[in-house]
Ligand binder design. Structure first.
Ligand code: ZN
Ligand code: ZN
Length: 348
């Protein structure tokens, strides 16, 4: 991965808005303003710069649904060849990388096994997620929207997942060789350790990322077999945010779930399941001592963003910082592998 270069004037309205959103999302700004800009992006994606310029001159820009005062100012400055003031101030505030520690690992990262679109609880269309991943120099990304039982996150039924897989095929066809969007899922682990999607649907996917979102306070004697059963499922490839802890942020704090980590990670090792290092700052999951345990047992890892917006894809730099500090070798991190190796591993 690499840091995208900030745009210089002249910049197209779309590029300016996308860069602003990227910076605000990566900087964890409130979603209200970002949502407004993302709506503008959707609104103008199919409108030519010439038409936007004409509308700026005629004063009819805000007749387009999804363009408010701030967006109109950005578009107006961009079509006049000026670097929009909003972009300049966003660069000043959020232009620096989140961290430069772990830079070597960050440069070695090629992909991501955990990212969401607006098909479930993400904020952006799949295409915008892909575009941001490409700009970050990623070679591949798994689209892992939620599974049916997570209704609060608009989890995908088997019918909606089938529709999504067609969309992924279409996107890949338009991308050529340069980037691969893998078919994936963040599948919920039921109380009995089974997975929340039909086997025949899971079989159509490139990768299966499994995680727990319910009954996080189960006693260890229930949580451990639940997790081990999910890891032993031959369709599972990644065990995501395994403790469920929340360490900071708007959703409050939550202690890690209680389970026998050695048993769970041994099962990961035996079943070729990767332990996710979830890069989201509020999750920071698993905690250091569990990463060290998995490291010493010889487990595979992933460094994932769990991005719900394009700019959050760059949070993987925070996961890299932790992995490098904890001495995880790059070759044991699946997200540094070429996409063909990832596919072969996941189906192996
Ligand atoms: Zn999750
Ligand atoms: Zn997720």
């Amino acid at each position: 991965m690499e840091q995208p270069t900030p745009p210089q004037a002249p910049v197209s309205p779309l590029d300016a808005l996308r860069r602003i959103c990227f910076l605000l999302e990566r900087g964890r700004e409130s979603s209200y303003r970002i949502d407004a800009f993302r709506k503008t992006i959707e609104a103008i994606t199919l409108i030519s710069d010439d038409e936007l310029r004409e509308r700026v001159e005629a004063g009819t820009l805000k007749q387009i649904k999804g363009i408010g005062d701030s967006s109109a100012a950005i578009i107006g400055q961009a079509v006049r060849g000026v670097l929009p003031a909003y972009l300049v101030s966003a660069e000043e505030k959020h232009g620096e990388p989140l961290t430069t520690d772990g830079a070597e690992l960050y440069a070695a990262l090629r992909g991501d096994l955990h990212a969401h679109s607006n098909w479930s609880d993400g904020g952006s269309p799949i295409e915008e997620m892909v575009l941001a991943a490409v700009q970050l120099g990623q070679e591949w990304m798994a689209l892992t929207d939620h599974s049916p039982r997570l209704t609060v996150a608009n989890g995908l039924s088997r019918e909606r997942l089938a529709d999504q897989l067609e969309r992924v095929d279409a996107i890949n066809a338009s991308l050529g060789e340069a980037f691969t969007l893998l078919k994936g899922i963040e599948v919920d682990i039921h109380l009995d350790g089974t997975l929340d999607q039909d086997d025949d649907m899971l079989d159509q996917l490139d990768v299966v990322t499994a995680s727990i979102h319910s009954k996080l306070r189960q006693p260890s004697f229930e949580m451990t077999p639940r997790m081990v059963a999910a890891v032993r499922n031959p369709r599972t490839n990644v065990l995501a945010h395994c403790t469920g802890q929340l360490v900071t942020g708007g959703r409050g704090k939550r202690p890690p779930s209680a389970f026998d980590a050695e048993k769970v990670f041994r099962a990961c090792l035996e079943n070729d399941v990767a332990v996710e290092i979830n890069s989201r700052p509020e999750r920071c999951d698993p905690p250091d001592e569990l990463i060290e345990l998995a490291r010493d047992l010889g487990c595979l890892f992933t460094i994932d963003s769990d991005a719900h917006a394009p700019g959050q894809l760059d949070m993987k730099s925070l996961g890299c910082e932790r992995a490098e500090r904890l001495g995880i070798p790059a070759e044991r991190i699946v997200t540094t592998w070429p996409v063909d190796d990832v596919r072969a591993w996941a189906k192996g």
